[in-house]
Design a protein around this ligand. Structure first.
Ligand SMILES: Nc1nc2c(c(=O)[nH]1)N[C@H]1C(S)=C(S)[C@@H](COP(=O)(O)O)O[C@H]1N2
Ligand SMILES: [Mo]
Length: 210
């Protein structure tokens, strides 16, 4: 693990132990070109999958030592993690202070054990949406596979029962209704990346296209 990821994992471990102070969010909290949205807008391809817990599966495979297909109960038996973060859509709206809970990517990585050559994650969703992220972006103290938003299950239109949350990247990287995560040894463009959006998607440098 590189030193940055070790530092983030330490911060995450302190959050898991209830010892980390909430992330300090300063006056420069809104990335350039963004405005605060009213409420929490919904943005997707217009397909609204319905997934019953009994049918729910999360398949994690690719460049890992221990590929798994988790059931709803198995997923909930993993250590649960909660964190509050901001959400930035590339179409310029942002939402502050969404409290997500679920399973951290650090926990999932400990379970599947990525091979050293794994560099990227590729997400698949029940609406046939896909997206890719650098593995290092998911291994952060605010990134998780979430099943809860604030005090309830994630509403279906926001990706419930389960979505990825990677707050430091533009929100198209946070796949709703996820069904699979593949560990890759090189980059592969997903739905929006094939249509001109950035593979890395950093809101702070307005890394929207590429
Ligand atoms: N499965 C899936 N995930 C998706 C999308 C989608 O169309 N399908 N849209 C992305 C985009 S562009 C954004 S901005 C966010 C919006 O999440 P929200 O609808 O909860 O606000 O979801 C992302 N995740
Ligand atoms: Mo978006």
């Amino acid at each position: 693990m590189n030193p940055t990821i070790i530092e983030r994992k330490e911060r995450w471990a302190r959050k898991m132990a209830g010892r980390e102070k909430p992330t300090a969010r300063g006056h420069d909290r809104l990335p350039p070109g963004q405005h605060l949205a009213k409420g929490f807008p919904v943005l997707d391809l217009g397909v609204l999958p319905e997934i019953a817990p009994a049918d729910w599966r999360l398949e994690i495979r690719g460049l890992v030592e221990n590929p798994v297909t988790l059931s709803w109960d198995e997923f909930h038996a993993l250590p649960q993690f909660e964190d509050t973060s901001d959400f930035h859509c590339v179409t310029t709206w942002s939402v502050y202070d969404l409290r997500w809970s679920g399973v951290s990517f650090f926990t999932l990585a400990d379970l599947v054990r990525p091979k050293p050559e794994a560099t990227h994650l590729f997400f698949r969703s029940a609406d046939d949406y896909t997206t890719n992220v650098p593995l290092a972006a998911a291994l952060d103290d605010d990134a998780l596979i979430a099943t809860r938003l604030n005090d309830g299950p994630i509403p279906r239109e926001h990706g419930g029962p389960t979505r990825a949350i990677i707050p430091k990247l533009y929100a198209w990287k946070s796949a709703k209704w996820i069904t699979g995560i593949e560990f890759l040894g090189s980059d592969r463009r997903g739905f929006w990346e094939l249509r001109g959006y950035s593979k890395t998607a950093d809101p702070w440098t307005e890394d929207r296209f590429g």
